[in-house]
Design a protein around this ligand. Structure first.
Ligand code: URA
Length: 224
């Protein structure tokens, strides 16, 4: 619906005595939504529903909601973190709060905003006291990340920190060795970089420079 038609609808509704706006109505696709985007979005929603009904972490007593991922389902760039924390679970969005702001800055610095990219995690639920995930949890939840990647088909994946890097690259190598080195998930180029939370805790010029160098590599790869 264009703005003129929307205005007309609003004026007609007003004339008919309607003095409120309906909420909760599914947005109808506009001419700008590509078919691919719509299909990918609905596939991701189906996948999220399957996850929520089958993931053992979703069945634990303190579980409220999973944080499946957010952003553009047709993104060329996918960021993968480890697991949501308390604020992410409250809002149902990955990477909010201070860590999220740092990631937003990184995304802006390379000429994108949050809506252009897709952001997800290996683990979709909050782990008690933000503990490290067990290998079984990584395996179980990780299969959903793999399916997300199959749907989104990004051109480049950036893994943030150790958990995501180890899972996506199927390696046990340390992030300090892997950071800044291209790897592959199936045929998709993967660049490991520091997790924004690590960067905030270790806010040195050297670490910031390394993340910046990594992002330059990402931009070059996307331009190829
Ligand atoms: N850290 C992550 O890895 N993911 C989030 O969503 C938040 C913090």
């Amino acid at each position: 619906m264009n703005i003129e038609t929307a205005k007309l609808h609003l004026e007609t509704s007003k004339l008919m005595g309607v003095n409120f706006l309906p909420v909760g109505i599914e947005a109808t696709p506009t001419e700008n939504d590509s078919d691919s985007n719509i299909d990918k979005q609905s596939l991701l929603e189906q996948l999220c529903a399957t996850h929520d009904s089958s993931c053992p972490l979703c069945a634990t007593p303190n579980h409220t909601q999973a944080v499946f991922g957010s952003g553009n389902p047709d993104a060329s760039l996918l960021f993968v973190g480890d697991a949501p924390s308390v604020e992410e679970v409250q809002r149902g969005i990955p990477f909010v709060g201070e860590t999220g702001e740092k990631l937003d800055q990184i995304i802006l610095a390379i000429g994108f905003n949050r809506d252009d990219v897709y952001i997800s995690n290996v683990i979709k639920s909050r782990l008690e006291d933000d503990r490290a995930p067990l290998p079984t949890e990584v395996e179980q939840c990780g299969t959903f990340l793999q399916k997300q990647i199959e749907i989104i088909e990004p051109t480049v994946i950036v893994t943030l920190g150790s958990v995501a890097t180890k899972y996506v690259l199927n390696t046990n190598d340390d992030i300090s060795r892997l950071r800044g080195q291209w790897g592959e998930f199936r045929t998709i180029p993967v660049l490991p970089t520091f997790h924004p939370a690590f960067l905030l805790r270790n806010y040195t010029k050297e670490n910031r420079q390394q993340v910046w160098d990594d992002m330059q590599k990402v931009i070059s790869k996307l331009k190829q």
